[in-house]
Design a protein around this ligand. Structure first.
Ligand code: NDP
Length: 338
């Protein structure tokens, strides 16, 4: 059946300015890392994307290697763009990235101009697009001069393949250098995509949020649910069909008995706030405005519906924050998983 987007979709989401740019992103964005490869039925992928857009989630995040197999998430999303989002391109922010292994030989990963430009062209072809809105350097390359990697992003933007440039998982120091190079080239760095959640706080230790605020660069936090651990899903241990059972990127040892106990206590705090644990985890990432958007993943449309409601309560009391810090102790979770 032809998809008719919900007419009231833009009343259901809040949109936040990305750093000092003209662009706004939804407070919650959808990533296609998992659940969009050939291991997932196409109808599920379509339903997740429709549900997201109906809730005002205008931003879909991809990368060359999302699958399995690498590239298949972009191919599937290209199909969905054709069948469902035809005529809606100007209402969507679509991103892709290159940095991790995509093809064999010396030109299939990291940060050379050769790899980034070729990979961007491949991504555009897979998605059937003339341009992506944001193109990222997916990871810092210690062996390629940063001037070359940033020069490639500048070229990708100037040649019309992307509207904006971004970087992912760069440290504060690397970010300062990258942003300065891009500024000199005349293509501002729009956004940084780091991992960040109650259980993963490297951006705070690295003062990355302060750096980005200082530089006027926006931010989109990936895995705000710590791959699903910060949801109601693991409150009784590891359920069938969850990411922790799939031998994917989530180490099931992280769901230790001590962790489950702490998650239940976090869930009590969420309940007292009138939220699910997933909603509280997303609200926590967005709480002080230092992060522009929370980039979630989903294996079912209902998860997107649950997560999108996080925006109804983004404020925390000092007492709640202290309790969360004590319970969601990154070091303890790691230790319990040993
Ligand atoms: P999350 O931390 O949001 O985890 C998503 C998983 O959590 C889902 O697959 C689902 O698990 C579970 N989940 C989500 N919502 C709910 C809910 N309401 N109730 C119960 N369970 C829920 O993010 P991801 O780790 O998936 O990453 C999100 C995106 O970030 C990626 O798609 C990608 O775009 C980006 N990313 C970027 C990286 C980078 O290097 N730049 C690296 C990794 C991710 P289940 O599948 O078990 O149902």
């Amino acid at each position: 059946m032809t998809y008719q987007p919900a007419e009231d979709r833009y009343t259901k989401m809040v949109y936040r300015r990305v750093g000092r740019s003209g662009l706004k992103l939804p407070a919650i964005s959808l990533g296609l890392w998992h659940n969009f490869g050939t291991d997932t039925p196409h109808d599920t992928k379509v339903a997740i994307c429709r549900t997201a857009f109906d809730l005002g989630i205008t931003h879909f995040d991809l990368a060359n290697n999302y699958g399995p197999e690498p590239g298949s998430a972009e191919t599937a999303f290209g199909e969905i763009l054709k069948t469902d989002f035809h005529g809606l391109r100007d209402e969507l922010i679509i991103s892709s990235k290159a940095g991790y292994l995509m093809w064999g030989g010396p030109y299939g990963e990291w940060g050379s101009r050769k790899y980034l430009v070729a990979s961007c062209d491949q991504s555009l072809k897979r998605m059937g697009l003339d341009y992506v809105d944001i193109f990222y350097s997916h990871r810092f390359d210690p062996e390629t001069p940063l001037e070359e990697t940033m020069g490639a992003l500048d070229y990708i933007v100037r040649s019309g393949r992307a509207l904006y440039a971004g970087i992912s998982s760069y440290t504060s120091e690397q970010t300062r250098q990258a942003v300065a190079i891009l500024k000199d080239l005349g293509t501002p760095c729009l956004i940084h995509q780091p991992s960040y959640s109650m259980l993963n706080r490297w951006v705070e230790r690295d003062r990355l949020k302060d750096t980005l605020t200082d530089l006027g660069v926006g931010s989109i936090a990936f895995s705000p649910l710590f791959q699903g651990i910060l949801t109601g899903k693991y409150l009784g241990g590891i359920p069938d069909g969850s990411r922790a059972t799939q031998g994917k990127s989530l180490n099931p040892k992280l769901v230790s008995p001590q962790a489950v106990d702490a998650l239940n206590k976090l869930n009590d705090i969420a309940k007292a706030r009138g939220q699910t644990l997933a909603q509280m985890a997303i609200a926590w990432v967005l709480r002080d405005g230092g992060i522009t958007s929370a980039l979630i993943g989903a294996s079912k449309p209902q998860q997107v519906i649950d997560c999108a409601q996080a925006i109804s309560n983004l404020d925390f009391t000092a007492a709640e924050l202290k309790q969360i810090d004590d319970l969601a102790d990154e070091a303890k979770f790691k230790e319990w998983a040993q």
